[in-house]
Design a protein around this ligand. Structure first.
Ligand code: HEC
Length: 315
């Protein structure tokens, strides 16, 4: 019995093998063009499949985040091609950051010296840096210590380490704010709406202690309490400190913090564009100038008459 099964299966295998062989041989007989078309079609099908999968996955992700409230678009003045940040707003926003947000959030990638010329003069920036206590060390005995900040220092974290930050905020460490505006989907619009969007939770939702309801935050439940209220601080320049004003100013400050050299880059972009335009137009003019004599002259190619005696004799 075993021998029969063995023989049958071997035969079947052999058959399958020879079939494969035939197919290969057949494929080998196709013309090169047919093969190319077949391979192209295969490639297209694969690409189509990939795109379809990506679209399907995108749909799934959207379906998961459908419940998020989208932040309305705001007319931020820096968004134009030729416009810069509203410097007075950046300065006010710094005041909000320092007096409200710096209690929990660091700005690890922004250095005090970057504020020179935008928010403060050099001396003011030096004095401002000295107001912050920056972690330094270790000293000769191996201890870390805090010292007044210098211009080269970045805005320090109010906590010694992540664990301390978590312990002070119900288990969630406040993120560094240097690039939050860039990281957030909808950027500044999101930050503004988040800061002004705290609401009472919907009926039937009970919040745990230390959790707050904000429909702009993914999932709606956020560990950060509402930080901005009307008149929570007093602006040095006398601007009324409404909640919306505070949120707009601190968002503008964070925008500047994430992109302090935007003005320089916009200016460089403008110079390059003007330069390329001048070079492009003048090379077009030069080309026309050099080619105009050739392009506007007419060349006549005529067949010269055969004048050999032999030809004449034949006639
Ligand atoms: C009492 C501490 C505290 C203060 C003050 C505070 N925050 Fe927060 N912040 C937090 C914590 C904690 C989180 C993390 C929340 C979470 O992920 O649930 C957070 C998260 C954030 C986020 C990220 C939200 C996201 O989408 O992940 C932004 C932006 C932010 N804070 C901005 C600010 C600004 C601007 C201020 C000042 C106006 C401020 N915070 C003041 C504690 C604070």
């Amino acid at each position: 019995m075993a021998a029969v099964v063995n023989r049958v299966s071997r035969q079947a295998l052999l058959k399958a093998k020879s079939l494969q062989h035939n197919q290969q041989a057949n494929f080998g007989n196709f013309s090169k063009r047919t093969k190319n078309i077949a391979l192209g079609a295969l490639g297209l099908a694969a690409a189509g499949g990939t795109v379809a999968t990506a679209v399907a996955c995108g749909g799934a992700v959207h379906a998961a985040t459908e419940l998020i409230l989208h932040a309305p678009r705001m007319p931020w003045p820096h968004q134009g091609l030729f416009t810069d940040f509203d410097k007075r707003s950046v300065k006010r926003g710094y005041q909000v950051y320092k007096q409200v947000c710096a209690a929990c959030h660091s700005l690890e990638y922004v250095r005090f010296r970057e504020m020179i010329g935008v928010i403060f003069s050099r001396d003011e920036a030096k004095a401002e840096a000295a107001e912050f206590q920056v972690l330094d060390g270790p000293d000769p005995e191996g201890h870390m210590f805090r010292r007044p900040g210098l211009l080269i220092d970045a805005f320090p974290s109010p906590y010694d380490n992540v664990e301390a930050a978590k312990a002070a905020n119900n288990g969630v460490a406040p993120p560094d704010l240097s690039y939050q505006v860039k990281a957030a989907h909808q950027g500044p619009d999101y930050i503004f709406s988040l800061l002004t969007g705290y609401r009472d939770p919907p009926a039937g939702v009970t919040l745990m202690e230390g959790v707050h309801y904000n429909p702009y935050y993914e999932g709606g439940l956020i560990a950060m309490a509402q930080a901005l209220y009307d008149d929570i601080i007093e602006y040095d320049d006398g601007t009324p400190a409404t909640q919306a004003q505070l949120a707009k100013d601190v968002t503008t400050f964070l925008l500047w913090a994430s992109n302090p050299d935007m003005e320089v880059r916009k200016r460089a972009w403008l110079k390059c564009t003007i330069g390329l335009l001048v070079i492009g137009l003048s090379s077009y003019y030069w080309k026309r100038l050099k080619w105009v004599s050739l392009k506007s002259s007419k060349f006549m190619f005529t067949k010269s008459k055969p004048t050999t005696d032999k030809y004449l004799k034949k006639k």
